[in-house]
Design a protein around this ligand. Sequence first.
Ligand SMILES: [Zn+2]
Length: 247
Amino acid sequence: MKISRLERAVDPKFQQLLLYQSYDLRSMELERKSMRLKKDLSELENRLAEARSERERQRADGKDRQKTLQLAELALRETESKLQKLERRRITNAAQTNALETEWKTLELKKIATEEECLRAMECCEKDQRELALRETEWETLTHFLELRREELKGQIVELENDQKAVRDMLDHLRKGIGKDWLAAYGTVRQTSLPPPYICPLDGLKCTGCHMHLPTNSLPSGNDSTLHRCEFCNRIIYRTNDDEREP
Ligand SMILES: [Zn+2]
């Protein structure tokens, strides 16, 4: 049997079979290798995918952290700004405190001055009140006197008015008996600038209005119904009973 197999080894056909087998084995080995490689590849791709997703996650995390950073920076800037404002206020307040201190001192001084002023004013007021009280008494006395005087004058005025009315009544009564001509003559003398009286008695040949001596032919007779005038002063002149007896 063995020999036969050896013989077959040199058989060209068998030689072809053997070659085929070797190729087949090689093919199977390659297939296994291929499967292994494909498996490795698959695993690698999985790992790669994982790595990619991890990277994405990290990127996302990075973005989040950037956002957080931005927010933190913003918060920092705000805080810094607030601090600056506070600092400015602190400086301003310090200045204001100084200003207030100065104002306080000024006001303190003013208060003292004002108190002194008040004291002086109060003294003046008290003095005024004392004087006013005295004046008040004087004023009351004066007022009382003036009121009495006023009442007195009022009474005098009433009396006067009564007198005036009586006189007017009398004039009205007399006017009726005098007649228009004489009233007109009297009115004419009265309207001149002569001082009264307007009707003068004669003292002999003398007009007692202007003290001039009248010529005898111009003297009015005692019973003449027309009015006679002084030829010097134009007053109305008349004889008395004594004059008639004289010449
Ligand atoms: Zn005369």
